[in-house]
Ligand binder design. Structure first.
Ligand code: NAD
Ligand code: TDX
Length: 350
């Protein structure tokens, strides 16, 4: 029997990787996305003419639209990725983060619960709601330690606070109403189709263009990096085989200081696209004012996911970052319009 999945946020960075994977795996996929600045249907060109793929432009905060989508598509799985995702934007304007990540998730949960309650007993048993979240909900680590599933929540940015709130809502809908949910919290993703406001694509593209490479503070903050297709594989596994009511941490075991990430990208760019006018790219590094409330270190213990469901990532940081750089070099038509718009907005000329 064909499985039917409704993916929210499927035009975004991770959502589009999930949609591409599920369509290729033979799922019937409905992608529900509002197409904010971060949503881009060009990320789905590879699969958008497949008969098992459909798109609906809608806001997860729109109850009627979600109700109609659920009732007409009749999914046996919802994978919820739609969110406002950029920490710096959440500092400048938290309102959209509360609206989409908290109120939008609440609305989607209510509609999913109503839909699930209306299914017959057999279909109810087969239904799942998978909520996709971030390791940022756990706050900041010192030099030692790892985030585990039972690490207390201590979000520090408006973004992570809004995601923490959404995680709590999902958990409550399981315990209070019995909605069959599964949750996951992942570390920093990178790879193809990443919007050029985030550290890795911004660094690649500025290095290509010989522009300054902004590093917040002294670049000492540590993130754990996971290649996006490894995350998509983990998500399919968790959605289909994770235990109900449980959360799973997903991580790449690739802790890096930001300054080291930027230097690694500079070295690859110097080797792959040397440019005499630019010279050695490390000279482009510009230490800039730190992000307020900047979390020092994130690191994940993904042992539960490995032990219970057998997941391990296929890419190391070295293989994944090389692939990513080459993807951006080969796909200028995807990023050029976005980067130009982003640069104009930063300069205040948009
Ligand atoms: P993204 O910003 O690239 O994409 C978000 C998508 O959601 C976009 O297509 C956007 O149009 C859509 N969207 C936003 N508001 C919406 C609304 N109200 N209704 C419908 N669609 C809406 O984000 P991403 O990096 O792909 O992240 C996806 C999910 O994974 C998020 O929930 C995020 O918190 C989580 N996550 C991201 C990372 C990461 O490193 N990027 C890591 C862990 C978890
Ligand atoms: O120009 C920059 N210079 C810089 O030093 C930018 C954009 C970022 N940084 C730093 C801040 C972070 O320590 O690099 C690190 C990574 O920054 P981002 O790419 O903005 O990601 P981050 O804030 O870590 O959050 C990302 O990973 C977790 C996603 O945006 C979140 O949605 C996800 O939950």
């Amino acid at each position: 029997m064909t499985r039917r999945v409704l993916v929210t946020g499927g035009a975004g960075f991770i959502g589009s990787a999930v949609v591409r994977r599920l369509v290729r795996d033979g799922w019937e996929v409905l992608n529900v996305d509002k197409l904010t600045y971060a949503g881009n249907l060009a990320s789905l060109n590879e699969i958008d003419n497949r008969p098992n793929y459909r798109f609906l432009k809608a806001d997860i905060g729109d109850g009627r639209a979600m109700r109609e989508a659920l009732d007409t598509f009749r999914p046996d799985l919802v994978m919820h990725l739609a969110a406002e995702s950029h920490v710096d934007r959440s500092i400048d304007g938290p309102g959209d983060f509360i609206q989409t990540n908290v109120v939008g998730t609440f609305n989607l949960l209510q509609e999913a619960l109503r839909y699930w309650r209306g299914l017959d007993a057999g279909a109810q048993k087969g239904f799942r709601f998978h909520h996709i979240s971030t390791d940022e909900v756990f706050g900041s680590l010192g030099a030692d330690g790892l985030f585990r599933e039972d690490t207390p929540y201590q979000p520090n940015s408006p973004y992570s606070a809004s995601k923490a709130a959404s995680d709590h809502l999902v958990r409550a809908w399981f315990h209070t109403y019995g909605l069959p949910v599964v949750m996951s919290n992942c570390s920093n993703n990178y790879g193809p189709y990443h919007f050029p406001e985030k550290l890795i694509p911004l660094t690649i593209l500025n290095a290509l263009e010989g522009k300054p490479l902004p590093v917040y503070g002294r670049g000492e903050n540590v993130r754990d990096w996971l290649y996006v297709d490894d995350h998509a594989a983990a998500l399919e596994l968790i959605a289909t085989t994770g235990r109900l009511g449980e959360s799973y941490n997903v991580g790449g075991n690739n802790e890096r200081r930001n300054i080291d990430v930027v230097r690694t990208i500079c070295a690859i760019m110097d080797r792959v696209v040397p440019d005499a006018r630019i010279g050695a790219r490390e000279a482009l590094i510009a230490f800039v004012t730190d992000r307020p409330g900047h979390d020092a270190r994130y690191a994940i213990d993904a042992g539960k996911l490995k032990d219970e469901l057998g997941w391990t990532p296929a890419e190391t940081f070295e293989t994944g970052i090389e692939k990513t750089v080459r993807w951006y070099l080969d796909n200028a038509s995807w990023w050029e319009p976005l980067k130009a718009r982003y640069d104009r907005a930063r300069l205040g000329t948009a």
